[in-house]
Design a protein around this ligand. Structure first.
Ligand code: G16
Length: 544
């Protein structure tokens, strides 16, 4: 059964907003993301694509998340999640871009039919989509458009309402693995909390979390969800003192405002509210709770940040020790995946101190996740705090089935198995990552200050540069160099040469209408100066 007439009729209710001459909608770093008033038609068309994708993949459930994560409140975004909870396969990003950019309803219906024919999709077979949204008020209209596309294409769906992004990824995987040997958990939000709290207690194995943890939730969905999770942690068995702050979800205008992981990482300071407390252990989520940054303030050094690079090194070192203690080091290959934003000192520490291989990919967890899956234990984190640790089926099997040769080996195997359940295997997850960090700190009996002494970061600076047309900037070599506009990279190279331990690159953001510049150098002053010079080069080339 073709769905053309229904699609054309429903599409009229959700027209696509034409963009300026020469511009097109694009599936970026994390889906379509822009000002929310452009997105109703996009959401409808993403619904059509998801229905096709589900039918193409033997009626498995596809996920759709409506969120603009770290972006300001006026933005929104839509991303598609594949059956195992991973990001949409890249080839299909191009098909979704094609559908979204159709200029008439007829062209849209024809493109939908052409894609079905191209992939030999039986349009009368069952299809399923599950979706959720963050706390942005615009999300309501966008899910309405999505549901209309699913109705028009005879697709079953479940609306999970307000969720964190990683919860939606979890639910997609649970839905598609139910009653199979790969079952990932109970298909419900409560199931997610139960799985994490149970694994948290097992992973702590009697170690105690010290002191209070203050969690800044960027006034986003992470606030209420974290509070809900805490109800599942039995305080008598596992005392866990968490202070949830910046959780004003009833005031949508303050989402990500002067708070959250992106604010902390880019401004390199604690959120102004609540006022920083000396030596307190603090962390920040971002607007949809998939990024995590830790920090503290002390009277001597002031603000100190433990970002994604630090979380990666902490996890790699702890898990590496457990793997050795479990006698699995010959069987399982461990590696770390980073992007060009990783501090050079962290890469050096991983390669020289932890003696693990490091792979560098383009920005976007979709790229890192893929590369991490080439290892049995793949630790991947972007410096901005987005990441996770993925375990291969062989690794998970070994944790559960290897016959321990000593009580110490049994303990290590049990800890690894618990971490396998605690760490979200589908995508970076601030809540799950935070629990992992808390477990590791508890086992090591470390404060954040002790964690911070493992290596010294090179001073660095991240700058956001607004340009006339960011699409002029095209990157190559895992986004470490610009291939376009011609001449820009030569000027950056010239600037970098002048600084001791200097490194800098520029790239167009895939989630914001801007370019990003990263610079690091031997001293704070030099890092700032280099960042400003490269930003000026970008501004100059971008205004042409
Ligand atoms: C998204 C992606 C991240 C990426 C970030 C910034 O994060 O999921 O992998 O690092 O955007 O990307 P860009 O530099 O291209 O703007 P989030 O937390 O906003 O979904």
């Amino acid at each position: 059964m073709a769905h053309n007439e229904q699609i054309i009729a429903a599409s009229k209710k959700h027209p696509i907003v034409p963009l300026d001459e020469g511009k097109a909608y694009k599936y970026g770093t994390a889906g379509f993301r822009m000002r929310a008033d452009f997105l109703e038609g996009v959401s409808f068309r993403v619904g059509l694509l998801s229905a096709l994708r589900s039918r193409k993949l033997n009626s498995q459930a596809i996920g759709v998340m409506i969120t603009a994560s770290h972006n300001p409140a006026a933005d929104n975004g839509i991303k598609i999640v594949d059956p195992m909870g991973e990001m949409l396969e890249q080839e299909w990003e191009a098909y979704s871009t094609k559908l979204v950019n159709c200029s008439t309803d007829q062209e849209l219906a024809d493109t939908y039919t052409a894609l079905a024919e191209q992939f030999k999709i039986d349009l009368s077979s069952p299809a399923k989509v599950v979706y959720g949204r963050d706390t942005r008020p615009s999300g309501h209209t966008l899910v309405g458009a999505l549901a209309d596309a699913l109705d028009a294409t005879g697709t079953k769906y479940v609306d999970y309402k307000i969720l964190t992004t990683p919860q939606l990824h979890y639910l997609v995987r649970c839905t598609n693995t139910e009653n199979t040997p790969l079952s990932y958990g109970e298909i419900s939000e409560a199931g997610y909390y139960k799985k994490l709290s149970e694994a948290f207690i097992r992973a702590l194995a009697g170690s105690k979390v010290q002191g209070t943890l203050t969690v800044d939730c960027a006034n986003g969905v992470g606030g209420p969800k974290l509070s809900e999770f805490l109800k599942y942690v039995p305080q008598d068995v596992c005392p866990f003192d968490v202070k949830v702050v910046n959780d004003a979800v009833h005031r949508p205008e303050v989402l990500n405002l002067d708070s959250g992981a992106d604010f902390v990482k880019t401004k390199q300071r604690a959120p102004p509210s609540p006022a920083p407390v000396l030596d307190a252990r603090c962390c920040s989520f971002d607007g949809d709770a998939d990024r995590l940054i830790y920090y503290y303030t002390d009277s001597k050094t002031g603000f100190f940040m433990l970002d994604g690079d630090r979380i990666a090194t902490l996890a790699a070192s702890f898990i590496g020790d457990l793997v050795r203690a479990a006698g699995l080091q010959e069987e399982l290959r461990t590696g770390v995946v980073q992007t060009a934003y990783a501090n050079g000192a962290s890469t050096q520490y991983i390669e020289e101190h932890l003696r693990l291989p490091v792979v560098c990919t383009s920005t976007g967890v979709k790229h890192l996740h893929h590369a991490a899956c080439n290892f049995d234990i793949g630790v991947y984190f972007e410096a901005n705090g987005h990441g996770t640790v993925v375990f291969s089926p062989d690794a998970l099997r070994a944790f559960k089935e290897k016959e321990p040769q000593s009580p110490a080996q049994k303990e290590a195997l049990d800890s690894l198995a618990a971490l396998g359940d605690l760490i979200n295997q589908t995508v970076g997850d601030a809540l799950s990552d935070m629990l992992m960090v808390e477990v590791i700190l508890a086992h090591k009996a470390w404060t954040l200050k002790e964690w911070s002494t493992t290596y010294s970061d090179l001073p660095n600076r991240l700058v956001r540069v607004e340009v006339g047309n960011k699409d002029l900037f095209q990157a190559t070599d895992a986004e470490r160099r610009l291939s376009h506009p011609p001449g820009a990279q030569d000027e950056i190279d010239e600037a970098v040469k002048k600084y001791t331990k200097g490194r800098s690159f520029a790239r167009a953001s895939g989630t914001e209408n801007a370019c990003r510049v990263y610079a690091e150098a031997a001293t704070r002053v030099e890092a700032d100066e280099l960042a400003n010079k490269v930003a000026a080069i970008v501004r100059n080339f971008g205004s042409v």
